[in-house]
Design a protein around this ligand. Structure first.
Ligand code: G3H
Ligand code: 13P
Ligand code: ZN
Length: 321
């Protein structure tokens, strides 16, 4: 039987994006795969009074189990609201088919992304419109994507990026009826976004500005927006890891994006790095430890700090509730 997100206490992204557009900030979309990551996201966002999008990829759904995730999201709402009445959305990240998006709509997601960015323009429009027509019957928001980000995601991968062509955005949004649009302006997925040892190329704000001019007031989404916090990279490398040369998007570029039409900023890699850094350190310093709570608690704590920092100092989403 189908489950409505409203019965789980979740919100779609419509009012969140309206607030972000008016207040010139961005809603954080944090990916999670397990209980500790979810606990950290909820604590960090409730403590900093920030709306939040809980983001689940196809891989995360397979890993954690769709049914369990639904109840985890429901529990997350109840837990968060013990601290602050923050709006919470449950969003499918990089949906790669109509069937997956439908399944998420039917099982309590309040928002879905259909990523047709690897398809032709016409095929992307047709698939996105089909998802919108289904999701909107249930008041579920839909994110589409134009332009290709480099990096590997579930089933949707590319070696190279192609910037979004601003000339395509009006037709795409009008034809499909999407609620938000992910664009490619120089970010990429994962922890190796730029060539090490060279200056980090700035994001293409000229493309973003042209898109804003063509779609006034329309919510834009930035994927691949982790900063790849150098402190975490150093900790991982110092405690037996090997991720040398990892580099991300500088915070000041994200601040600038958050104050524009970018209403949603996706962060996954930074959370993974924080978690891994804390676990590596805890295990290296306590080699006899084998109680998972002992090394997962510091990981969760570090993630809470990261999330509060992002909300307060980068996205500007803190203290909005
Ligand atoms: O953009 C993709 C997200 O970081 C999700 O990654 O497919 O490995 O869960 P994943
Ligand atoms: P990062 O890999 O930069 O965290 O990007 C995550 C993302 O875009 C999820 O959709
Ligand atoms: Zn992404």
């Amino acid at each position: 039987m189908a489950v409505s997100f409203k019965d789980l206490g979740l919100c779609n992204t419509r009012d969140m994006f309206a607030g972000a557009m008016a207040g010139k900030y961005a809603i954080p979309a944090y990916n999670f795969n397990n209980m500790e990551q979810l606990q950290a996201i909820i604590s960090g966002c409730a403590q900093s009074r920030s709306p939040v999008i809980l983001q689940v990829s196809k891989g995360a759904r397979n890993y954690a189990n769709g049914t369990l995730l639904r109840y985890m999201a429901m529990g997350a709402v109840e837990l968060a609201h013990q601290t602050a009445p923050i709006p919470i959305a449950l969003h499918l990240d990089h949906g790669d088919s109509f069937e997956l998006c439908k399944d998420c709509v039917d099982s309590g997601f309040s928002s879905v992304m259909i990523d047709g960015s690897h398809l032709s323009f016409q095929e992307n429009m047709a698939l996105t419109k089909k998802v919108v027509e289904y999701a909107h019957q249930f008041d579920v928001s839909v994110e589409g994507e134009l332009g290709v980000l480099a990096g590997i995601e579930d089933e949707v991968s590319s070696e190279v990026s192609h910037y979004t062509d601003p000339e395509e955005v009006e037709e795409f949004v009008r034809f499909t009826g999407v609620d938000s649009l992910a664009i490619s302006i120089g970010t990429s997925h994962g922890a190796f976004k730029f060539a090490p040892g060279k200056p980090v190329p700035p994001l293409r704000f000229d493309i973003l500005e042209e898109i804003e001019r063509r779609l006034p007031g329309f919510p834009i989404v930035l994927h691949g927006a982790s900063s790849v916090v150098p402190e975490y990279v150093d900790t991982i490398n110092a405690y037996g890891g090997d991720i040398k040369g990892a580099l991300g998007v500088p915070e000041e570029q994200l601040r600038r994006a958050a104050s524009s039409a970018v209403c949603k900023i996706n962060i996954d890699s930074d959370g993974r790095l924080a978690f891994t850094a804390a676990i590596r350190k805890a295990l290296a310093e306590n080699p006899a430890e084998f109680d998972p709570r002992k090394y997962l608690s510091p990981a969760r704590d570090l993630l809470v700090e990261l999330i509060k920092h992002k909300n307060r100092e980068v996205l500007g989403s803190a203290e909005r509730i």
